[in-house]
Design a protein around this ligand. Structure first.
Ligand SMILES: Nc1nc2c(ncn2[C@@H]2O[C@H](COP(=O)(O)OP(=O)(O)OP(=O)(O)O)[C@@H](O)[C@H]2O)c(=O)[nH]1
Ligand SMILES: O=C(O)[C@H](O)COP(=O)(O)O
Length: 226
């Protein structure tokens, strides 16, 4: 199974957190979450190539640190375009399942990646899906030769499920809390306080990365009781 992670440039990422985090804090959070996602994938058994698709200048260094490859993105054309480009790049790597993971799921566990790999490796030929609380897609796993069934965006889980069913790929929905927990909105920051965020994200939070405004969204962080 190859794994594809699209990531916006850190300067552009997490714009929905702008009300509670300044630009530096948002970039720091995006960087930390990406590092944790790549580390969880790299630690998982059953993973072949890992491809980071990004216009971020630091992406090459971060990918290399995780044993991943980097596909530079000339300009950010949206998640679907990035994933399509990455899938095309990987398709030259032979017939293997493809797992697409966003870069903003810092509680992803290696065991969750392995669970997705197991679904894609064993018959019958099927897809794997993880639904985020907001109706998005925390993980999309496709068997070899499935084609570019990428429908990321608003309500993407329902649209992925519909497309997969139409393609006869009977998606298996998995209950993987780490993959399902993407960090988009101020209310999501509280989940970082209580959930098992990865070491880079945890270090970012413990180092005051949220800044006072955002920390107010997470009282424990504001009170320094972490
Ligand atoms: N390579 C690449 N990745 C993208 C692009 N747009 C979104 N992504 C990634 O797709 C995943 C889900 O995107 P969002 O949840 O919208 O993340 P985001 O764009 O940082 O957040 P907002 O700015 O608040 O929309 C994240 O890993 C993003 O980094 C893009 O144009 N190019
Ligand atoms: O789930 C998706 O389609 C993408 O991750 C974007 O969703 P979001 O806007 O909920 O992060």
């Amino acid at each position: 199974m190859h794994v594809l992670v699209p990531a916006k440039s850190f300067a552009a990422a997490k714009s929905r957190l702008a009300a509670v985090m300044d630009a530096a804090a948002r970039a720091g959070l995006a960087r930390a979450m990406l590092r944790d996602v790549l580390a969880a994938v790299a630690a998982a058994r059953g993973v072949g190539r890992i491809l980071l698709v990004s216009a971020e200048p630091e992406a090459g260094r971060l990918a290399a640190a995780a044993g991943a490859d980097w596909l530079p993105e000339c300009t950010s054309l949206g998640m679907n375009a990035a994933v399509r480009a990455g899938a095309a790049h990987l398709s030259t790597a032979g017939q293997a399942p493809l797992l697409v993971l966003p870069s903003d799921i810092p509680m992803l566990q290696a065991a969750e990646v392995e669970a997705l790999a197991a679904i894609l490796a064993a018959p019958p030929r099927r897809a794997g899906l993880v639904r985020c609380a907001d109706g998005g897609t925390g993980a999309l796993g496709l068997p070899p030769g499935a084609g570019p069934l990428f429908r990321f965006g608003p309500d993407s889980h329902a649209r992925h499920r519909q497309a997969l069913l139409a393609a006869g790929l009977g998606p298996v929905s998995l209950d993987l809390p780490g993959a399902a927990r993407d960090i988009d909105l101020p209310a999501d920051l509280a989940a970082l306080e209580t959930g098992p965020a990865g070491p880079a994200t945890r270090a970012f939070l413990d180092g005051g990365g949220l800044r006072p405004a955002a920390a107010a969204a997470v009282p424990q962080l504001a009170a320094g009781t972490r």
